[in-house]
Design a protein around this ligand. Structure first.
Ligand code: ZN
Length: 89
């Protein structure tokens, strides 16, 4: 059991995506953004603003929360992504 991981400290998904250069378009629970995982030209990435879960309708990249997104985007380990998002320690 890992006691150093504090998931409750994860940033608000809406603010995280906006602040990291992924403005979310649309309304409701799932919104759209430009996908960073392929050469996207239209917003193909679907993001659930409540949890940060994401799925790209074009390239199929997906994950369950902001940590998964951060890991994939920067090629980080789980721990490094936790540190980067301030939920470790
Ligand atoms: Zn994609």
């Amino acid at each position: 059991m890992n006691t150093k991981f504090h998931k409750d400290r994860l940033p608000n998904p809406l603010e995280y995506f906006e602040q990291n250069g992924f403005p979310l378009v649309g309304q409701g629970e799932w919104r759209s953004a430009i996908c960073p995982f392929h050469g996207d030209t239209k917003p193909s990435l679907r993001v659930r603003i409540e949890t940060g879960a994401f799925r790209c309708l074009a390239c199929g990249e997906k994950g369950g929360d902001l940590l998964a997104f951060h890991q994939k985007r920067f090629g980080m380990s789980f721990k490094d992504a936790c540190i980067a998002l301030g939920v470790w320690g």
